[in-house]
Ligand binder design. Structure first.
Ligand code: TXA
Ligand code: MG
Length: 310
């Protein structure tokens, strides 16, 4: 059910949960003033209780209320990337944020999203916790119809159109004096070079040691369809998520993810294509993963590996 920005503010302020557009993916918002609404988010998504939520703000000064510990390099990150697809994890004062939202951690993740509609909503509500608007484990929602498919047509949602970025924000935390990436996202490690003077290490990703980003522990981004990741398509028949300008054998029905020369377009459409597999009742698809693991394509690869995991 489409709702206006004003209606979204009213619902959130009285303790309801609504879906909101951001530049990355749609989110399920709840006011941090309403612990019951925060709990509802975990129930609606089927989200494990040890997976904390990102706090979304419209002004960086709001962080001060939570006693968040910041330094000069935090300011650099904020100046360079906010509003935008960067989530920054900071130590916070105990007891100021509902424990359920933080999954009991002593840190909180903050992001100022770069979408006019959600910024407008935030101005009338104050900070909102907002995980991606999908059932736990499924691909994130980048269009209203994805939100409706997971939560029903009556679920209140602000229509912000298709999300411009299509992949979630990059999550960073300070470790040993340097920022590290604990969830890869639409901002690649390379994107930080000019701002920080170094490329943050990626930690806690698949195959690493114990993840410090709880969300990394879970299966993610997966359609119901079985995905097989391939570099060689000899003998393959069926639906192939492939790239423009490439030849695939006869018998392959190619759904294009875009051109490898335009990674942003691939990112923008990735979840749409994964969700389309289920919309069209495709039981199995083969994904071309013959592309360089750099920039945004590194995140695309990480998402595909997770989506294909059993
Ligand atoms: O682009 C995005 O980040 C979207 C939009 C809606 O803003 N949100 C999103 O939220 O992707 P979610 O809940 O799907 O993913 C948040 C990730 C999870 O992996 C969670 O474990 C991690 O951020 N996270 C949240 N708080 C954390 C904390 N204090 N320490 C470490 N990781 C944290
Ligand atoms: Mg998510």
């Amino acid at each position: 059910m489409r709702i206006s920005i004003q209606q979204a503010q009213d619902l959130l302020n009285k303790g309801d949960v609504v879906a909101l557009p951001t530049e990355t993916v749609y989110g399920l918002g709840a006011s941090i003033k309403h612990p019951a609404a925060i709990h509802t988010i975990f129930v609606l998504k089927g989200r494990p209780s040890n997976n904390p939520l990102i706090i979304h703000i419209s002004d960086k000064s709001e962080i001060e209320k939570f006693g968040a510990v910041r330094d000069e390099s935090f300011e650099k990150l904020v100046d360079a990337f906010w509003p935008g697809p960067l989530t920054i994890v900071l130590p916070v004062e105990k007891g100021l944020i509902a424990a359920e939202a933080l999954a009991g951690l002593s840190t909180a993740a903050f992001r100022m999203p770069g979408h006019q509609d959600v910024l407008e909503v935030l101005k009338g509500t104050g900070p909102l916790v907002m995980p991606s608007a999908n059932l736990s484990g499924r691909p994130s929602a980048t269009e209203i119809k994805h939100v409706e498919s997971d939560f029903g047509r009556d679920f209140p949602v602000v229509d912000g159109g298709a999300c411009q970025k299509g992949l979630e924000s990059t999550v960073v935390i300070m470790q040993g004096g340097k920022w590290v990436i604990i969830r890869e996202g639409i901002l690649s490690a390379e994107a930080f070079m000019d701002v920080l003077g170094y490329m943050p290490k990626i930690v806690g990703a698949a195959g690493g040691t114990k993840p410090i980003c709880p969300g990394q522990l879970y299966r993610h981004y997966a359609p119901k369809a079985k995905l097989t990741l391939l570099k060689d398509f000899g003998g393959v028949k069926g639906v192939v998520l492939g790239f423009a300008g490439r030849q695939y054998p006869v018998g392959c029905v190619v759904w294009e993810l875009g051109s490898v020369d335009a990674p942003d377009t691939i990112a923008e459409g990735l979840y749409r294509q994964l969700r389309r597999l289920d919309e069209e009742w495709i039981a199995e698809a083969f994904v071309d993963v013959d592309f360089p693991e750099e920039g945004v394509l590194k995140t695309v690869k990480e998402r595909l590996i997770k989506a294909a995991a059993k």
